[in-house]
Design a protein around this ligand. Structure first.
Ligand code: SF4
Ligand code: SF4
Length: 247
């Protein structure tokens, strides 16, 4: 696919209108090569009411970054239907309320830089003008900021920035390829949340840490708390950073 990326700011106008009347409706949900974040997986498996092992096995493929050894989870597109997303229907996205961050952002791309001194995050945005997308050039008079609000992407960015922080730590502390056991921990604690929970609750995976009782109770039902614990654990196991237990 050819791409033109145009750098934009939050206050710029975004004359873009995506709707089911556009001739390109659903075209962006085909020919997929789409990586999912841990928070994307959490939302999607809960939308479908299935466990993370079932979701990952049925709807995604896994490979490891050749240079980093980090797990990369992608939708398993169907070659018989033009490599469509498993969730696209003639009426649109069947998991719309819980669609991944990249689907919410499209046709915007977002990158961040984090200050090493303060931890403050600066966001950068670019518009991706792909020929198949006919939503451009429509007079909506919305700013980029307003459009983003409409996509309800704030919570996703907040959660996904934690993954970016982990990747940045890995690049600083463990440059090069992770070992198999390190990659497995990353996958288990971030993507395979229900298996991670089972290993904590039924197999005492974290018994060396004396988890606070209220945290142990919360992770039995709260996937977001569990994901944050997983990030905490990976920071300790891979980088030797003391666990905070969400404090
Ligand atoms: S999750 Fe929904 S919006 Fe995203 S590619 Fe699949 S069908 Fe399209
Ligand atoms: S290709 Fe662009 S305008 Fe068409 S449905 Fe997808 S995002 Fe909307």
């Amino acid at each position: 696919m050819t791409e033109d990326m145009i750098s934009v700011r939050l206050e710029n106008l975004m004359n873009f209108n995506c709707n089911c009347e556009n001739e390109c409706f659903n075209d962006c949900c085909r020919d997929l090569n789409q990586a999912l974040t841990p928070y994307d997986v959490l939302r999607l498996k809960n939308n479908l009411g299935i466990s993370s092992p079932d979701f990952l096995r049925t709807y995604t493929s896994l490979h490891y970054g050749p240079g980093s050894g980090l797990p990369v989870i992608e939708f398993k597109p169907n070659p018989d239907t033009g490599y469509e997303c498993p969730f696209v229907t003639p009426e649109g996205c069947s998991v719309y309320e819980d669609r991944p961050a990249s689907c919410r952002m499209y046709p915007l791309a977002r990158a961040i830089a984090r200050s090493r001194e303060t931890g403050e995050i600066t966001q950068y945005f670019a518009l991706i003008e792909e020929p198949h997308c006919k939503g451009f050039g429509k007079e909506t008079r919305q700013t980029i900021k307003e459009w983003l609000k409409g996509q309800d992407v704030g919570k996703y960015n907040e959660e996904n920035d934690k993954l970016m922080e982990l990747i940045s730590l890995k690049n600083q502390i463990l440059p090069g390829k992770l070992e198999g056991a390190q990659s497995d921990k990353f996958y288990l604690a971030l993507y395979d949340l229900d298996e991670f929970r089972a290993q904590i609750v039924e197999k005492d995976l974290l018994n060396e840490f004396s988890l606070p009782e209220d945290l142990l109770t919360k992770i039995k039902t709260d996937d977001e708390v569990l994901l944050n614990l997983g990030i905490d654990w990976v920071k300790f196991m891979l980088f030797g950073i003391k666990m905070t237990f969400g404090e």
